[in-house]
Ligand binder design. Structure first.
Ligand code: ZN
Ligand code: ZN
Ligand code: FE
Length: 760
């Protein structure tokens, strides 16, 4: 007979709120072991006693057969004296140990719960809050660790006997599912419409009828409110646009299932997997002909599947009424304000938009937007990292003192590090909006509390006037200012664990440079712990500064005048016919005098200018509208690529856009389509960028290239540059887990501070 041993086992990773203790319990039963399992602040602790080989097999299976939503980072065991224990139990959570527990992210409705939800014989038929250990709310309801019901917003709901039985039965799917609930004991919905309130199933029924009739509704969802309406009703979408003051900005849609997604969009296998994943992000899909209204002028449409039982129940009721089409499902906020979380916020801020409100009484503790993902260069990438992904950690290749990186001002997200883990906050938004600064502070307090991190170092953008810089300065700790594009490039390096020397290519709309100018197409050499600027787009003046991102004829005018000098009016003047004459004259005088004309090397503004030159639009109503519409014209049949000049000015390479500008103006004059101009621009930028990168790589002896910055969310460019660099034998790294845009920049700031980089 084998000797009896007892082992104490520590499991770390995403092991709370994902059915881990039931998993351990079932394994212990299978191997006939005694002992216990419990959650504590550092993860899951187990003591298991039985014959040596059985205990070893049990330890192996803890990780090998882990639940689908769990992530095991480490399993450490040591022998302890045997206690003669024969039974196995789930012990009460312990809470005094040092904090290393990871809060699980919210998980989309699982197939088992969906089946019950749609089964008229089930006691949870159309119950909008059903969940189990494999699915349901997590981050949005958790107030403190360990992740147990009393520390969530479910604390106020007393389980009924039926739920209590499931919760206590180790063989039940809902064993220790903290948010477990049913219609008898759990949260309920209420509908407010026309001064009346309906509750329970009648509320859902009525909400579905109102949506069907073309009304705009505010729905309290998982991480906040959505504004919803039929996507196939132009009048409903128009009303929503008018109320949100978003004339063109794309809205995401929700479809009942994958088949419905495939009806309106082309869906690759990787995109299908993302749609149906437990993270259930909005996925940018290539649109078929119909449903232009949610995303005017764009070839892609953001699509998601119902990820809460509330959404699934609504779609089931709509299907009963014969509607299986998409609903617009956009964040319940105004412009760039934070997503509304509770009844009073929705009433004060969405009251004018929505004609009805569907509420529930399970409080949302952490507000969080939908995540947005897209496929490019053979990988799934995040454009917005929020629900389903936050607060999962990004693993770092090195450890440092606990630190906070504050991110940048646009698409803000911050980053907290603990040991070798980086925790990105959810998408916060544009910090020029004061409500988002409150959201930043609120989220920082909550996340540092959950993670038990007290930052000793605070990294921030180099920009002296950024709100994120001011927020950083107001905090205690050592400050580290990080140049914007260095942070972009290091963000990509950090998520790939790249520690050696590399070339960074950071292409974006705007970032403060070390020379006080606005940078945006930067080739940076990282060697040891230093970085330097090795190449960039030749500076051009941006009359009026930031307004040029919307009045995109401004950067176009600056580039045209630079390309043609005194003959610009004769060569290209007629392109500006749509610009009011007085405005054109004023801006011309600004350029003559160099007044309020900051110099920029922004590739974003160059793409803006070319979308104007191609005739796509004169002004934009949202950031990057022109370039996104330009990209939507691809692929177009067009030979040739626009050429860029390349000059070496005291060791720094400069790309001159003038030849490309002249070629585009000539193409337009020759009557070529915007699609051809778009194709030649994308091919030209990719070729020039790859050529410059290859030159620098050989000059500095580098084999690795990191691509980052918002411009690399342009699929055609990312794929073009990646392919061209690989053809030259270079290894290419680009963002996947965190956005390439400023939403991922905090990761690079953190890595910069941990590694102690300096500029040379
Ligand atoms: Zn489930
Ligand atoms: Zn119940
Ligand atoms: Fe940026």
């Amino acid at each position: 007979m084998a000797t009896i041993v007892r082992k104490k086992i520590l499991v770390k990773g995403v092991v709370q709120g994902v059915g881990f203790r039931p998993h351990v319990y079932k394994l212990a039963a299978e191997y006939r072991l005694g002992g216990w399992v419990r959650n504590d602040a550092s993860g899951v602790t187990i003591e298991a006693e039985g014959p040596g080989p059985s205990v070893e097999a049990f330890i192996r299976d803890i990780s090998a057969r882990r639940p689908a939503a769990a992530r095991v980072d480490s399993v450490v065991s040591r022998a302890v004296p045997a206690a003669g224990e024969k039974a196995f139990s789930i012990a009460k959570s312990g809470g005094k140990a040092p904090a290393a527990a990871i809060i699980p992210a919210d998980l989309a409705l699982c197939p088992d719960c969906r089946r019950e939800l749609l089964d008229p014989a089930d006691r949870r038929y159309l119950y909008p809050f059903t969940n189990c250990t494999n699915c349901g709310p997590r981050f949005t309801i958790v107030k403190s660790v360990p992740y147990d019901r009393p520390y969530t917003t479910m604390a106020g709901f007393r389980m009924c006997p039926a739920c209590r039985k499931e919760y206590g039965d180790p063989l039940d799917r809902r064993f220790h599912a903290q948010p477990d609930a049913c219609p008898v004991c759990g949260p309920a919905v209420a509908l407010e419409y026309g001064g009346k309130t309906l509750k329970g199933p009648a509320a859902l029924e009525r909400a579905a009828a109102l949506l069907l009739a073309g009304r705009v509704g505010a729905l309290q969802s998982l991480g906040g409110f959505h504004l919803a309406c039929r996507a196939d009703r132009a009048s409903a979408v128009k009303a929503l646009r008018a109320a949100k003051r978003r004339p063109h900005k794309p809205f995401a849609v929700m479809v009942p299932d994958l088949a419905a997604a495939k009806k309106i969009c082309r869906v690759s296998s990787r995109e299908a997997a993302a749609l149906a994943s437990p993270q259930a992000p909005v996925v940018m899909l290539r649109r078929r002909g119909a449903f232009a209204e949610p995303a005017p002028g764009l070839s892609r449409l953001g699509v998601m599947l119902p990820y809460t039982p509330l959404h699934a129940a609504l779609f089931a009721l709509l299907a009963q009424k014969g509607f299986r089409g998409p609903l617009v499902m956009t964040s319940g906020n105004f412009r760039d304000e934070p997503i509304c979380r509770d009844r009073s916020e929705a009433a004060s801020r969405l009251g004018g938009v929505a004609s009805f409100t569907l509420l529930h009484d399970r409080p949302i503790h952490n507000r969080i937007d939908d995540s947005v993902a897209f496929e490019a260069a053979g990988e799934l990438r995040l454009a917005r990292r929020a629900r389903g992904y936050v607060p999962a950690a990004v693993k770092l290749a090195a450890e440092g003192a606990p630190l906070l990186a504050c991110g940048a001002d646009l698409k803000n997200a911050f980053c907290l590090t603990r040991g070798g883990e980086a925790f990105m906050s959810q998408h916060i938004g544009d910090l020029s909006e004061p409500l988002n600064q409150d959201f930043f502070r609120e989220t920082l307090a909550k996340m540092s509390g959950l993670l038990k991190v007290r930052p000793r170092v605070v990294a921030h953008d180099l920009h002296p006037d950024y709100a994120s810089t001011a927020l950083a300065r107001a905090l205690p700790g050592k400050k580290v200012a990080v140049q914007h594009h260095a942070a972009h490039a290091l963000g990509a390096a950090a998520e790939h664990g790249l520690e050696g020397d590399f070339l960074g290519m950071a292409f974006d709309g705007t970032g403060y440079g070390t020379d006080g100018r606005i940078w945006g197409s930067e080739f940076l050499v990282f060697k040891g712990k230093t970085w330097s600027r090795a190449a960039h787009l030749e500076y051009f003046p941006l009359p009026g500064g930031d307004v040029g991102a919307y009045e995109i004829w401004r950067p176009a005018l600056a580039l045209v005048r630079r390309a043609y000098g005194g003959s610009w009016e004769r060569e290209a003047g007629r392109l500006f016919a749509a610009v009011p004459r007085a405005k054109l004259r004023t801006v011309g005088r600004m350029l003559d005098a160099g007044l309020n004309c900051p110099e920029t090397s922004s590739l974003g503004r160059l793409f803006d200018a070319f979308s104007f030159l191609a005739g796509v639009r004169t002004e934009a109503t949202y950031e990057a509208q022109g370039p996104m519409e330009l990209e939507s014209l691809l692929p177009a049949r067009a030979g040739g690529a626009y050429k860029f000049g390349l000059a070496d000015i005291s060791g720094v390479l400069r790309l001159d856009p003038a030849p490309a500008v002249r070629a585009a103006v000539a193409d337009r004059a020759a009557g070529l389509s915007a699609g051809v101009i778009a194709a030649r621009l994308h091919a030209g930028v990719a070729a020039a960028a790859a050529e410059t990168a290859a030159l620098l790589a050989s000059r500095h002896g580098l084999g690795d290239v990191c691509l980052s910055g918002g411009v690399f969310q342009n699929r055609a460019l990312l794929e073009g540059v990646t392919a061209a660099l690989r053809k030259r034998g270079l290894k290419v790294y680009s963002n996947r887990q965190v956005p390439a845009n400023d939403g991922g920049i905090a990761l690079g700031q953190a890595w910069y501070a941990i590694k102690g980089y300096t500029q040379v």
